[in-house]
Design a protein around this ligand. Structure first.
Ligand code: 13P
Length: 245
């Protein structure tokens, strides 16, 4: 059976003071039935490590370099993330793809780096509104998935996948549970097609998940938790979503 995962993606939010309060509340919360992860901005990983070490909450990063080390100004390697105790790294978020031109091959290379460093990549896939309206959702998501599956081969079973429809991110317009389930079922079938033991791969949904819609989304047979943006910045909201899982 797959254990549910709720991961927070703080994006470019936070401050030492605000984080101290948020991380303190998460560390003090009763142990959840699901796995809980917070993905903080790079400069706050030391703070996350300090506040969460010994708690049931894991922490991770929102991106990493596709390179091992070297002259890559501004980039952060997976080895560095490992030194700060990260267990998970988000790769291929739609905001990285859209604003930083990350192509499928780069996303796949990053996922491999994360695995090689002994951490778990949270690989994001998802279509834009225009692609959905053109009925291209499965083509787009399929391509994004295939690029990673081809490079990772059997190691694909060690990743976490997050389906995040771009039109649902930060818009308050969440996919309906049925819409999300349909794509999740497609992703699981595609994994199977690649020879991956698909039943064991956690598939998270992301895009305007809130305390009031989380339970219904997480009740879908192929939705194994969520990747939470805005609602992960408020301890009460994030913990309510954790409870829903
Ligand atoms: P929101 O929950 O703010 O819509 O963000 C979702 C997301 O992009 C998580 O990675």
């Amino acid at each position: 059976m797959r254990r549910k995962i709720v991961a927070g993606n703080w994006k470019m939010h936070g401050s030492l003071q605000a984080n101290a309060e948020l991380l303190g509340a998460l560390a003090a919360a009763p142990r959840a039935a699901c796995e809980v992860v917070v993905c903080a901005p790079f400069p706050y990983l030391a703070q996350a490590q300090q506040r969460l070490a010994g708690s049931a909450v894991a922490w991770g990063a929102q991106d990493c370099s596709a390179h091992e080390l070297g002259a890559y100004t501004g980039e952060v390697s997976v080895a560095m993330l490992g030194e700060f105790g990260c267990s998970h790294v988000i790769v291929g978020h739609s905001e990285r793809r859209a604003y930083h031109g990350e192509a499928d091959a780069v996303v796949a290379a990053k996922a491999l780096r994360v695995l090689d460093a002994g951490m778990r990549p949270i690989v994001c896939v998802g279509e834009t509104l225009q692609q959905r309206e053109r009925d291209e959702t499965e083509v787009v998501v399929g391509q994004q998935l295939d690029a990673v599956a081809h490079l990772l081969g059997a190691r694909m079973s060690a990743v976490v996948l997050a389906y995040e429809p771009v039109w649902a991110i930060g818009t308050g317009r969440t996919a309906t549970p049925a819409q999300a389930q349909q794509v999740h079922a497609f992703i699981r079938a595609r994994l199977q097609h690649h020879g991956v033991e698909a039943e064991t791969v956690p598939l998270l949904y992301g895009g305007s998940v809130k305390p009031d819609n989380a339970a219904e989304l997480f009740a879908q047979p192929d939705i194994d938790g969520g990747l939470i943006g805005g609602a992960s910045l408020k301890a009460a909201d994030f913990l309510a979503i954790v409870s829903a899982a």
